[in-house]
Design a protein around this ligand. Structure first.
Ligand SMILES: O=P(O)(O)OC[C@H]1O[C@](O)(CO)[C@@H](O)[C@@H]1O
Length: 618
C-alpha cells in the first residue's frame, strides 16, 4: 500500500474547485511513505538486437560489460515523486490542460542528451510551418497547422483557400441545419452518412463520439469499409430516413477502393428507394480527383476541397472533420481555437514548456527510441473512447517506417492500442499490471464528471464520478508500483476546445518524435504494398473466372481441379490463392463445387453455375 499517500494527495487535489496552477503551493498534509524503488533493469533489450546504425543517447546505451545499462532515475519515495510531479507538471492555463510526465522515469542526463536533438526537431517543425517540402517522397508541404491559423500559411493563395473553404462549409452546414438546403423528398436533412476510410473517417468518428450532443441536428453514421454486410447494416438502420440523409463521401485521393465501393453501394440503395443521389451527395476530395470529377459531372449537392498539403491522418481540422462536426451542431470555431492555442504552445523551444516535445521525449525514453514498448491509451471518459483508435492511425501510419530519411533500414514505429477506463480494468489491465512488460500507458483524465447540477452522492460523500477518478488514480499507482510507466493528460472537460487541443497536441508530438528518430512522418509507402497485392488478387480472380467460365460453357460442363485452374491461368505458383478465391466464391454462391469439399482442397472440382457466353469472347 506504499503508494496510498500519492493516491490520497492527488485525490485531494482533484477535489479542489479547479486544478491548481502550482501544486506545491497547496497546504496539504503529506506523509512520507516510501514506494518501491523502480529500477530499470532489462531495459533496452531491443536495442541489443537492433542493428541500427544511428546515434543512441548514452543513457540508453550498453554498459562496458555488454549488458543493457539500467536507466535510473525513478524516484524512490512519495515525497521525491511529488517533487518530480510538481517540477515537471505542464499546464496550459487557457486550455485547462495538464500534462504529467512524472511517472516516466527519464533522467536529467537523458534530457540533457536529448536537448540538441529536440532543438533540431523544433527547427524541422519550424521549417515545416513555413512551408518546407516536409514530405520529400511526395514532394509536398505539410500544412495541417495552417488550417487553424491561416495567417501562418506561407502565401496568400493558401490562406484564402483555407478561409474560403471554412466559410463555405460553415454556410453550407448552417443552411442544411436550418432546412434552407433540403433533400427533394423530405422537409430537411436529419442524418449524415459519411463514407470514407482511414484518415477520412477516424477523425470524424472520434469527434462525433466525443462531442456530438445527445440530439444533434443531424445524426451521423459511417461506412468505413468494403464489408457488404456492414454497409447493408448502415443502410438498413437508416431505413426510410435515407430520403433525409446527406451522404458525405470523403477521400483525399478520390480513388480509394473501399470508399468507391461504399459510394456505389449507397448509390444503388438510393436507386432502389427511388431517390436521386446527386441531390443528397457531397464530396470532400482533392480538386480533379476521380471523386471530384464524378461529383461535378453528376451535379452533386456540394463539393469541398481537401488540400494536397494536408495528409488524411491530420485532416480533422479540414473540411473532412469540420463539415461533419458543424452539421452535428459542434462548435468548429472552438475546435480550431483549441488546436491553434495548443500549436502555439508547441512552438516554444523550451522543452519543459512544450507539451508535444514532452510527450515525444517520454515516448523516446519509454520505447528506447525504437518502439520497444507499446503505447496504451486509456481515456477515463466514455466519450473519448475512439481516441486510441484515432491515435493508432496518427502514430502508427506516421512513425511505422522501414527506412529513415537517410535510407537506413530502421523499422521504426510505436504500437498504439487502448479502449477506455475503467472498463479495461476488467479486461486487460491484469496483464498490464503483472504480465509482459512491453508497454507504457497514457491516461487521459477529464476533471469534470458531469455537467454542473447533475451530480449526486451514491454513497455518503462519494459520487459515481469519484469512482471513475479513483479507478484511474488507483490503476496509475498500481501500475507504477510494479514499474509500469505512465503519462497523464488532464483536461477540465470534453469540449470542442479541449478536443481540438488534444488533436493538435498529438499531431505535433508525432511530428517531433519523427524528427527525433529521423523518419518521414508524412508518407505511408507500406500501405501501398497491401493495396497493390489486393489489386493482384482481384486481377487473378478475373482470370480464374474466365477459365472457369470457359470450362462451364462446354457441353458437358467440365469441372476443373485446382491444378487445372492454376495451369490454365498460367499461374501454377498461385495455386493457394486460387483455392482461396474459389472457396470465397463458393461461399457466396458464385462457384459450385462438383466434387470434394473446401476442407480438403486437393479433392475439389469446381465449375460455374452459369455459362456467360459474352464473357467467353470478351
Ligand atoms: O482519403 P483517401 O485518399 O481515401 O485515403 C484514405 C486513407 O488511406 C491511406 O492512404 C492509407 O491507406 C490513409 O493514409 C488515408 O487516410
Amino acid at each position: 500500500m506504499a503508494s496510498i499517500s500519492t493516491f490520497k494527495l492527488e485525490r485531494l487535489i482533484h477535489k479542489a474547485s479547479s486544478f491548481p496552477s502550482s501544486p506545491s503551493s497547496l497546504q496539504l498534509p503529506l506523509r512520507k511513505e516510501s514506494i518501491p524503488f523502480l529500477c530499470r533493469t532489462n531495459r533496452a533489450s531491443t536495442l541489443l538486437t537492433q542493428s541500427i546504425a544511428r546515434e543512441i543517447p548514452a543513457s540508453l546505451s550498453k554498459s562496458n560489460d555488454g549488458l543493457p545499462k539500467p536507466k535510473q532515475g525513478l524516484e524512490k519515495d512519495s515525497i521525491a515523486l511529488w517533487h518530480r510531479y510538481v517540477d515537471w507538471l505542464y499546464q496550459h492555463k487557457e486550455l485547462g490542460l495538464y500534462l504529467d510526465v512524472s511517472r516516466i522515469g527519464f533522467t536529467d542526463e537523458f534530457v540533457a542528451e536529448m536537448e540538441p536533438r529536440l532543438q533540431a526537431a523544433f527547427k524541422a517543425m519550424d521549417e515545416l510551418d513555413k512551408g518546407a517540402i516536409a514530405n520529400p517522397d511526395e514532394g509536398r508541404m505539410v500544412g495541417h497547422y495552417w488550417l487553424r491559423n491561416p495567417k501562418l500559411a506561407p502565401n496568400s493563395f493558401l490562406r484564402l483557400q483555407i478561409e474560403n473553404t471554412l466559410e463555405a462549409l460553415g454556410k453550407f452546414a448552417d443552411d442544411v441545419v436550418i432546412g434552407k438546403i433540403k433533400p427533394p423528398s423530405a422537409g430537411r436533412f436529419t442524418h449524415i452518412l459519411s463514407v470514407g476510410i482511414g484518415g477520412s473517417a477516424l477523425g470524424p468518428q472520434f469527434v462525433a463520439e466525443a462531442l456530438a450532443p445527445d440530439n444533434p441536428p443531424l445524426k451521423i453514421r459511417f461506412i468505413d469499409n468494403t464489408d457488404p454486410a456492414g454497409i447493408d447494416h448502415q443502410i438498413a438502420q437508416l431505413g426510410a430516413e435515407l430520403a433525409s440523409t446527406l451522404v458525405i463521401v470523403v477521400s483525399k485521393s478520390g480513388g480509394t477502393p473501399e470508399t468507391r465501393n461504399g459510394l456505389l453501394e449507397v448509390q444503388k440503395a438510393f436507386r432502389e428507394a427511388g431517390l436521386d443521389f446527386s441531390k443528397q451527395g457531397v464530396a470532400i476530395t482533392q480538386e480533379n480527383s476521380l471523386l471530384d470529377n464524378t461529383a461535378r459531372i453528376e451535379g452533386w449537392l456540394a463539393r469541398f476541397p481537401m488540400f494536397d498539403w494536408v495528409g488524411g491522418r491530420t485532416s480533422e481540422m479540414s473540411a473532412v472533420g469540420l463539415l461533419a462536426a458543424a452539421l452535428q451542431g459542434i462548435d468548429i470555431k472552438e475546435m480550431l481555437a483549441g488546436a491553434a492555442l495548443m500549436d502555439d504552445a508547441n512552438r516554444t523551444n523550451v522543452v519543459r514548456n512544450n507539451p508535444a516535445a514532452l510527450l515525444a521525449l517520454c515516448w523516446y525514453w519509454a520505447s528506447d527510441g525504437v518502439g520497444s514498448k507499446d503505447m496504451v491509451v486509456l481515456p477515463y471518459k466514455d466519450s473519448l473512447l475512439l481516441f486510441s483508435r484515432y491515435l493508432q492511425q496518427l502514430v502508427m501510419e506516421s512513425l511505422g517506417k522501414e527506412f529513415d530519411l537517410d535510407g537506413n533500414r530502421v523499422n521504426q514505429g510505436i504500437t498504439v492500442y487502448g479502449n477506455k477506463g475503467s472498463t479495461d480494468q476488467h479486461a486487460y489491465i491484469q496483464q498490464l499490471r503483472e504480465g509482459v512488460h512491453n508497454f507504457f500507458v497514457t491516461f487521459i483524465e477529464v476533471l469534470r464528471d458531469r455537467p454542473p447540477g447533475h451530480d449526486w452522492e451514491l454513497e455518503p460523500g462519494v459520487t459515481c464520478g469519484d469512482y471513475l477518478f479513483g479507478m484511474l488514480q488507483g490503476t496509475r499507482s498500481a501500475l507504477y508500483s510494479n514499474e509500469r510507466e505512465s503519462i497523464t493528460v488532464t483536461v477540465q472537460e470534453v469540449t470542442p476546445r479541449s478536443v481540438g487541443a488534444l488533436v493538435a497536441l498529438y499531431e505535433r508530438a508525432v511530428g517531433i518524435y519523427a524528427a527525433l528518430v529521423n523518419v518521414n512522418a508524412y508518407h505511408q509507402p507500406g500501405v501501398e504494398a497491401g493495396k497493390k497485392a489486393a489489386g493482384e488478387v482481384l486481377a487473378l480472380q478475373k482470370r480464374v473466372l474466365a477459365v472457369l467460365n470457359e470450362a462451364s460453357c462446354k457441353e458437358p460442363v467440365e469441372p476443373l481441379t485446382l491444378e487445372e485452374v492454376s495451369e490454365r491461368c498460367h499461374a501454377p505458383e498461385d495455386i493457394e490463392m486460387i483455392y482461396k478465391i474459389i472457396a470465397h466464391m463458393a461461399a457466396n454462391d458464385r462457384a459450385l463445387i462438383a466434387e470434394g469439399s473446401c476442407g480438403s482442397p486437393r479433392s475439389i472440382k469446381v465449375f460455374l453455375g452459369e455459362c456467360n457466353v459474352d464473357q467467353l469472347y470478351a
